[in-house]
Design a protein around this ligand. Structure first.
Ligand code: FES
Length: 74
């Protein structure tokens, strides 16, 4: 993935999401299936609460799917 700022996303309680980890999705930060054949798969997670979250778009977070500020580090 390239250096990209996180994307603010309104996550809904009870919903299941697939966070893109390959960097090829046209629907970032969510998986659109573009990873097929890359050997990378999305992180699927169920959201427990309604939350306005900053989801990682650089692929370097250590707290996926949420941003941990790694995009600011060189
Ligand atoms: S499109 Fe990137 S993980 Fe699915």
């Amino acid at each position: 993935m390239s250096d990209k700022s996180p994307i603010k996303t309104d996550l809904v309680a009870g919903a299941t999401y697939a966070w893109c980890r390959c960097g090829q999705s046209k629907s970032a930060p969510f998986c659109d299936g573009s990873h097929r054949g890359s050997g990378v798969s999305p992180m699927v997670f169920k959201q427990e609460t309604n939350e306005a979250a900053w989801l990682c778009a650089c692929g370097r977070t250590g707290n996926g799917p949420r941003c941990d500020g790694s995009h600011n580090k060189s």
